[in-house]
Design a protein around this ligand. Sequence first.
Ligand code: DGL
Length: 293
Amino acid sequence: MSSPNLWCQAKQPCTNPADAPIGVFDSGVGGLSVLAHIMQALPHERYVYLADTLHVPYGGRSAADIERLTIDAVRWLMAQGCKLVVIACNSASAYGLQAVRQAFTQVPIVGLVPAIKPAVLASQTRHIAVLATPATLNGALLNTVIAQVAAPRGVTVSKYSLASLVPWVEAGMPSGHVAVGDLANLLDTLSAQAVDYLVLGCTHYPFFQDYLRAQITQTGARLTLIDSGGAIARRVVSLLKTANLLRPPSDLPPLTLVTTGDIAQTQAVTTRLLAQYLPPRVVEFQHCGLMAQ
Ligand code: DGL
């Protein structure tokens, strides 16, 4: 599963393949919500998180653009000697997963698709909704799951996209943002349609799920939120265990957080988001200028 050459090419060569980092990639800080689940399951692993904040948001870009950016990002993570890569971005997975799995066969690449299946299986009203970027909503990954899982069970899946959400999270979720009103309107709509499960189909969204839950409780709506973070963490554990590549418990290595954009802005936002979701961890911030412009 791993190529010896890969370790030699790494910037920080690992004598023991299990010591190599897990690479996690997102268009911005959203993938940290997935990283939080993986780090909780595997606290002793080394992690390199790549945020392409220079090009965020991906959600409104063309398929070709997203594929090119995803290939650039995964190539960079491969050069760091990662033993496994997680594309912690539904939009990048929708248009880049197939291409990177073909281009980089040395290590497993885990992609994301909105958690439609558990929502379909649990829905009582037989009407669920998915909130995601236009890229994810139009991509084949999501629509295949809808066709194979929801349609045969007679469950309706309504699709929603709110352009304000990713910029809101990237800005650190300031109050008074247009996203707050957009979410309130969405909750009204879902309630009127008797939707009982809302799938958070973008890795940025779990950062505001506590806020959303409080709003749901306040309005008395019966709506459950679901995301893919826990399932992805279980998949990563299983792949590494099978390949005998789990790093043995020892120290808690620092988290390497790399941005293609403004390092001070990324540092400010990620410190806030990580403090909310992860146990204290030393974070080393770096800038990476290797991506195509
Ligand atoms: N976090 C990403 C996702 O899961 C992408 C958001 C964006 O860049 O538009 O789709």
